[in-house]
Design a protein around this ligand. Structure first.
Ligand SMILES: C[S@@+](CC[C@H](N)C(=O)[O-])C[C@H]1O[C@@H](n2cnc3c(N)ncnc32)[C@H](O)[C@@H]1O
Length: 284
């Protein structure tokens, strides 16, 4: 993160969700109707750079980014059926779930946590588009590299006795592995039974198809300029080990085949589901 600047990657993934709606034919994985408004005039042009002429990795992101958001939203719905009453979104960025959640989940408490600079940007954009933060939704500030997630959540009124579902999307690869492991351990201690954490992670490029080799250079340069370099690459078994060592009872990396069957097959997508990102759940 660049001091006092909102996360550039948060803006970029919001543009990616907007581009999914604009450039991909229906059916859509996710109708993030607020993404474009969040970006405003200043970042509107970014959406056009993600059209069908974009670099293949940006087109891959146009499939993966809405897919991971949709997957989380499906998992939240499932968790609520099992008794979860609080949804914590760590590194929420410009996530808009709190503004368009299903009516049946209107009483779900939502705590969005993000870096102070990103959180200020989100509040400013909400003011600019005249949207109020809904009742039961809190936006709180935390720099994961400097403060404990559990302290932040307690200060925000988090009740450890309430079963909670935590989403941690698009974040752990920007954190040192030790920081991510520490936060997982805090969450394992904090969360009660039936709670869980959904997260995505980045696999080492050398394990993947040869086309990913160029990303080490390409996205490395871009992300360094944005102040958000990828520093944490994990094999599936390493993430599962980190989750279990943190104190969770169960760790599941969702099989790529499952995601393809559940979400991608119906889309007639021209690009394959990314190999580099994985989705995982830690359960108490
Ligand atoms: C790629 S964005 C993902 C945003 C959101 N989860 C989504 O999928 O749209 C990464 C997010 O992590 C947050 N982040 C990165 N480093 C952070 C840190 N040290 N402390 C708090 N938040 C951080 C950024 O502010 C940003 O919102």
């Amino acid at each position: 993160m660049i001091e006092d600047q909102p996360s550039h990657t948060a803006i970029h993934v919001a543009a990616t969700r907007a581009a999914h709606l604009r450039f991909d034919p229906p059916p859509h994985l996710l109708e993030d109707s607020m993404a474009e408004a969040f970006l405003g005039d200043e970042y509107a042009g970014l959406i056009d750079t993600l059209d069908n002429n974009a670099h293949w990795v940006l087109r891959e992101n146009r499939l993966f980014v809405p897919l991971r958001a949709r997957w989380v939203e499906d998992e939240v719905a499932r968790a609520c059926e099992a008794g979860v009453r609080c949804f914590v979104i760590l590194g929420a960025g410009l996530d808009s779930y709190a503004f368009r959640r299903p009516a049946a989940l209107h009483d779900l408490e939502i705590i969005e946590v993000d870096h102070p600079a990103t959180q200020r940007f989100k509040r400013a954009r909400l003011d600019a588009i005249g949207r109020k933060i809904p009742d039961g939704v809190r936006l709180v500030e935390c720099d994961f590299e400097r403060a404990r997630v559990s302290d932040t959540l307690f200060a925000a009124g988090f009740d450890a006795g309430t079963p909670a579902f935590v989403s941690w999307m698009g974040v752990i690869y920007y954190l040192e592995r030790e920081t991510a492991r520490g936060a997982l351990a805090e969450l394992a201690e904090l969360l009660g039974p039936t709670s869980g954490v959904a997260l995505d992670f980045l696999r080492p490029y050398e394990d993947l198809s040869p086309r990913y080799a160029e990303l080490t250079r390409l996205s490395g340069q871009y992300l360094k300029r944005a102040g958000e370099p990828h520093v944490n690459f994990l094999r599936d078994e390493d993430l599962e080990a980190d989750i279990l060592e943190a104190g969770f009872g169960e760790a599941e990396v969702v099989a790529r085949r499952t995601l393809i069957d559940r979400y991608v097959r119906a889309l007639h997508s021209e690009v394959p589901l990314s190999e580099r990102f994985g989705l995982a759940i830690a359960r108490k």
